[in-house]
Design a protein around this ligand. Structure first.
Ligand SMILES: Nc1ncnc2c1ncn2[C@@H]1O[C@H](COP(=O)(O)OP(=O)(O)OP(=O)(O)O)[C@@H](O)[C@H]1O
Ligand SMILES: [Mg+2]
Length: 467
């Protein structure tokens, strides 16, 4: 349990001996305890102090325990109530549980019984806190994204809840630039798209640009557009990315790969919010939110003079860092389950379940390729498991035992490497709907290597999976 804050308890019993015995025991166990003998005093105390648990006697002066319980449930819905029942009170206890008491113990009480009731209630409270936190933070963002773009963002670690919170806050601004940093595969694009879809710009384009893939001499015409005949090969007028993303979001991936000479030009456009197509003199107003991402240490690059400090400051108005998966391992099981659900819905693969050891293994691994690696690993495990249970060996973890036993579609086992290789390749092709680069990713080999193997085994696409 993460929540270790002290639980506060109020005891309401008219017997002084019960009050003092219970108080002493509970204080020694580490709780904050207050005791009252009269319902009116207890209710007054409750109105002024936050209390997690009330331990409530059934037979009381002024009003009976059930009436006190009713008032507590009405006025303090997050306070939990444990009943103390005397001899022959069983019917009242049952009624109290119906009214929302969480637990009870009987008088004369044994301390172990009291302790058990408190412990159960404490766990219940912690669980509720957790559910509440999740509801407010991550889940809200995730559910909204699920609704808008059809896939949720998954995570339950504290750091991802912070990320979700920042996404929601910055999405509410009009055009604040965002810089997203994090290792490769941590989900930078997921976060960028999320911000766009949570923002008022969601009906307009989210345009993603990979800065490392733009040839230097095409930079201007790509970003700003060009007129017809502006240069050789410009047979048509073309809108640039700023215009395409107008009123939407322009996502600049691998921002540090932008040529230094172009960085200053780019900054000027950001400041002026106006673009001029190459070959034209007309300036056009553009309204875009810029989200930039990098998996490199951009601050170090600024220090080394490899990235312009003024552009850095312009982009860094709002910085979101996504920690690597190894620093938020709590997210691993839910991500694995999420991908499993997603991928098995897409394919016709229905694994029989997941061996508990699979989670153990996943939690021991550091995932240098982060969430992307986990996703690929899940896809591979799904294929290898076939219609059986997913076992740790199906994860094919780097560094794990080399003798992988694979669940085959046919019952007879073989150790013939080439036969196995061929079957796996065909399965991977089938799983990826004959998409060779996806199949290669599943097999964890390069596209070229897959191509060589296809030739070697004489596999044509469309070969059936049931070998
Ligand atoms: N929190 C998450 N919930 C669900 N899927 C996620 C999450 N984070 C990442 N993914 C998935 O993991 C994969 C990698 O994510 P993404 O492409 O956003 O990473 P990246 O940080 O942009 O990586 P790179 O630096 O290599 O471009 C994608 O398939 C994405 O959908
Ligand atoms: Mg990316």
């Amino acid at each position: 349990m993460t929540d270790r804050r002290r639980i506060s308890i109020l005891i309401l019993d008219d017997e002084a001996r019960v009050r003092s015995e219970l108080s002493e025991f509970l204080m020694n166990t580490g709780f904050m305890v207050h005791a009252e003998g009269m319902p009116s005093d207890a209710l007054e105390y409750l109105a002024r102090h936050p209390v997690d648990i009330v331990i409530l006697d059934i037979k009381l002066p002024e009003m009976d325990g059930l009436e006190v319980l009713r008032r507590i449930r009405r006025d303090h819905p997050i306070t939990e109530v444990i009943m103390i029942s005397g001899h022959g009170d069983m019917n009242t206890v049952i009624e109290a549980m119906r009214f929302g008491a969480v637990d009870y113990f009987t008088k004369p009480f044994r301390l172990a019984e009291v302790q058990n009731a408190i412990e159960r209630t404490r766990r219940f409270i912690e669980l509720q806190h957790r559910v509440e936190e999740l509801k407010q933070g991550f889940t809200l963002v995730s559910a909204e994204l699920q609704e808008r773009i059809g896939h949720a963002m998954v995570g339950e670690s504290h750091s991802m809840r912070v990320v979700a919170d920042m996404m929601r806050k910055v999405a509410q601004t009009e055009d604040t630039s965002v810089l997203i940093t994090g290792e490769s595969g941590t989900g930078k694009e997921v976060v960028a798209r999320g911000i766009h879809h949570l923002s008022a710009r969601k009906e307009h384009y989210f345009h993603s640009v990979n800065c490392s893939a733009i040839p230097k001499d095409l930079f201007e015409s790509e970003f700003f557009g060009h007129t017809r005949g502006a240069f050789t090969g410009a047979t048509e007028a073309k809108a640039g990315w700023f215009e395409i993303a107008d009123q939407g979001t322009l996502f600049l991936d691998e921002i540090v790969d932008m040529d230094p000479g172009l960085q200053s030009k780019f900054l000027r456009i950001l400041e002026a919010k106006q673009v001029t197509r190459v070959g034209s003199t007309n300036e056009k107003n553009v309204d875009v939110r810029i989200i930039a991402a990098t998996n490199q240490d951009i601050q170090q690059m600024v220090k080394n003079g490899r990235f312009r400090i003024d552009l850095f400051h312009r982009l860094n108005t709002f910085h979101i860092h996504i920690p690597p998966l190894r620093d938020r391992k709590e997210d691993i099981p839910s991500l694995f389950d999420h991908f499993l659900g997603l991928l098995s819905a897409k394919s016709r693969q229905r694994p029989l379940g997941v061996d508990e050891k699979v989670y153990e293994q996943l939690l021991q691994y550091d995932f240098p390729g982060n969430v992307r690696e986990l996703k690929n690993m899940t896809e591979r495990a799904l294929i290898l498991a076939g219609d059986g249970r997913i076992l740790p060996t199906h994860l094919m973890m780097p560094g794990s035992a080399p003798h992988v036993r694979i669940a085959l579609a046919s019952p007879e086992e073989t150790y013939d490497l080439e036969v196995m290789e061929r079957r796996l390749i065909i399965k991977a092709l089938h799983q990826s709907q004959q998409n060779k680069s996806r199949a290669a990713r599943l097999l964890n080999i390069s596209w070229q290597a897959l191509d060589r193997k296809l030739k070697k085994f004489g596999i044509r696409s469309e070969e059936g999976p049931d070998l």
